[in-house]
Design a protein around this ligand. Structure first.
Ligand code: RTP
Ligand code: MG
Length: 132
């Protein structure tokens, strides 16, 4: 068993999708270890997305992720990072397969509903940032 960090972004919370999305992870076999509705401030957003600091979309990304409450979760399961990323789907919802969260609920990369850690190292770093 391992852990991953998943966060429903402000667009998902505004559209009242928390329940539907959490249900998908539970159905897959994940256990919810921790969860909270919270507002991200700019400092936390910049630390969370530090790897994208030099990208042209960084400013928009920080504005978006701080634009309203997010629902942050620690999930536990087998190959948690990979299994969560599979349920989430590709970064760009246009390329995300139907049946995935981004494939089913989103149409543009700048508001793609949900975040999931991309490695065990990222998961550990992000869980520490959001839950300690
Ligand atoms: P996330 O970190 O949010 O789970 O998404 P990801 O791993 O699938 O994608 P990543 O490469 O880490 O990108 C982080 C977020 O930046 C936005 N993005 N915009 N305009 C663009 O070309 C572009 N590329 C990425 C997306 O909202 C993506 O989720
Ligand atoms: Mg990422």
């Amino acid at each position: 068993m391992s852990r991953t960090f998943v966060m429903i972004k402000p667009d998902g919370v505004k559209r009242n999708l928390i329940g539907e999305i959490v249900a998908r992870f539970e159905r897959k076999g994940f256990k919810i270890e921790a969860a909270k509705l919270m507002q991200i401030d700019r400092s936390l957003a910049e630390r969370h997305y530090a790897e994208h600091k030099e990208r042209p979309f960084f400013g928009d990304l920080v504005n978006f992720i701080t634009s309203g409450p997010v629902f942050a979760m620690v999930l536990e399961g087998n190959d948690a990072v990979q299994n969560a990323r599979s349920l989430i789907g590709k970064t760009n919802p246009t390329e995300a397969a139907p049946g995935t969260i981004r494939g089913d609920y989103a149409t543009e990369v700048s508001s793609n509903i949900i975040h999931g850690s991309d490695s065990d190292e990222s998961a550990a770093r992000e869980i520490k940032l959001f839950f300690e």
